[in-house]
Design a protein around this ligand. Structure first.
Ligand code: CDT
Length: 308
């Protein structure tokens, strides 16, 4: 059976004083709605459980450890895992992870319909900066609070589908997509928290930012012939606006479902994963067409070096 109804559970703003339990209740409400619509795999956003705290600067990083989870599932999220298992639904969500070794990651996991975590991903491309920068209209301190992920872009077969994850800024980098494409990915889920304003360029309006978001997801899906679910945490959060624009994209790069509002909202689509095969066996048949002898710079060089 190549068909499955997939969903994106967009989450409206989470304020600083909201508890994990309150957020999980909102997540479960969307899961209940998804179950009613026949969804078998549901994607939630990046850092689903908390406000997007990297907008706040704190001198002593340890003061922010309370935003991190030291185990998963834990007491607060267990009801979500239980409800999904009851429904036979797989799901993915993002949270902040503090390891026993004291490392901080921006993490997401894939949970099987049996309630087992079967793949963990730690965000690779951390945007922003690590020190307070007064010239910015708002801070984006992911580089202060997280380490770059150490997992790489792995995939897992879940519910008969080859699935992988990216987190927010990763969606803008074709390298993320291609590494999963080379493993035959058929569904990429991406959670995001994207401020509506560029903190260094006031004239870059929200329309342009939403356009770049969609462009990145549609291109990644098309060029790797995979479905993609990109799902926002959005709206007003602690006085800051983040754009919505959650979408499901088919392997041809077309948007097939789109959120209408900026609050908690479910989007769904009946995916036919057999459709991934056409692109993978024709224009994006990597074995037939890739010329790796010319791609060496991609791994050898990080930044631009001009030699001419
Ligand atoms: N969360 C996240 O990665 N947000 C970034 C904002 C970039 S601006 C510093 C994004 O790519 O959407």
């Amino acid at each position: 059976m190549s068909k499955m109804i997939i969903g994106g559970a967009q989450i409206g703003g989470i304020q600083k004083d909201e508890t994990r339990e309150e957020v999980v209740a909102r997540m479960i409400a969307l899961m209940d709605e998804a179950h009613g619509k026949g969804v078998k795999y549901l994607a939630y956003p990046e850092m689903t459980l908390t406000t997007f705290f990297p907008r706040f600067y704190v001198e002593d990083r340890a003061e922010f450890d309370h935003w991190f989870e030291t185990e998963m599932p834990n007491a607060a999220t267990r009801p979500l895992f239980d409800r999904a298992r009851e429904y036979g639904m797989g799901f993915t969500f993002g949270y902040c992870e503090l390891t026993p070794e004291g490392q901080h990651f921006n993490t997401s996991v894939i949970v099987s319909p049996e309630g087992e975590i079967i793949l963990k991903y730690r965000k690779t491309h951390l945007p922003g900066h690590s020190e307070y920068e007064p010239e910015r209209t708002h801070q984006h301190l992911e580089k202060r609070y997280f380490l770059p992920g150490d997992t790489g872009f792995n995939v897992v077969r879940n519910q008969g589908v080859i699935m992988g994850m990216s987190i927010c800024n990763d969606r803008r980098w074709p390298e993320s997509w291609r590494v999963m494409g080379l493993q035959g990915v058929e569904l990429v889920t991406i959670g995001y928290n994207t401020p509506s304003q560029n903190n260094l360029s006031a004239e870059e309006g929200i329309e342009r930012r939403v356009y770049h978001h969609e462009l990145s997801v549609c291109a990644g899906a098309y060029q790797n012939s995979t479905y993609a679910v990109a799902v926002a945490k959005c709206g007003m959060e602690d006085g800051n606006h983040m754009f919505a624009g959650s979408i499901i994209v088919d392997p041809d790069g077309f948007v097939v479902a789109r959120a209408e509002g900026e609050g908690d909202e479910l989007i769904t689509h009946e995916a036919d994963f057999a459709k991934c095969a056409f692109g993978k066996s024709t224009v994006f048949n990597f074995a037939a067409h890739r010329r790796t002898e010319h791609y060496g710079l991609i791994c050898e060089r990080t930044g631009v070096q001009i030699d001419v």
